[in-house]
Design a protein around this ligand. Structure first.
Ligand SMILES: [Zn+2]
Length: 78
C-alpha cells in the first residue's frame, strides 16, 4: 500500500492502544480511546483499548492508516 501523503511503500501491521496482551494479562486497564473529530461532526471513537486493527505505517513520513469498522459519523445538529 502506497502512503497517501508521500507515496512511499507502507509497512503492514496492526494498530492498538496501550501495551497489548501483556497489559491485559496483568489486569491493567485504561479507558483510553482513539477518536476522530472534525468541525461540524460529533466525536467518533475509532478504536477502544481492546481493539486491534489492520494498519499501515509509513516509515518515511510517519503517516498511519488504521482500518476500523465503519460506524457512521453524525453531525453536531443531529
Ligand atoms: Zn509517507
Amino acid at each position: 500500500m502506497k502512503c497517501p501523503k508521500c507515496n512511499a511503500e507502507m509497512i503492514s501491521g496492526e494498530a492498538y492502544i496501550g501495551g497489548g496482551a501483556a497489559t491485559l494479562m496483568t489486569g491493567g486497564f485504561s479507558l483510553a480511546n482513539l477518536s476522530f473529530k472534525a468541525p461540524q461532526w460529533r466525536e467518533h471513537v475509532l478504536q477502544q483499548t481492546s481493539d486491534v486493527f489492520l494498519a499501515h505505517y509509513c516509515d518515511k513520513c510517519g503517516a498511519i492508516t488504521v482500518e476500523t469498522p465503519r460506524r457512521g459519523l453524525s453531525t453536531l445538529e443531529s
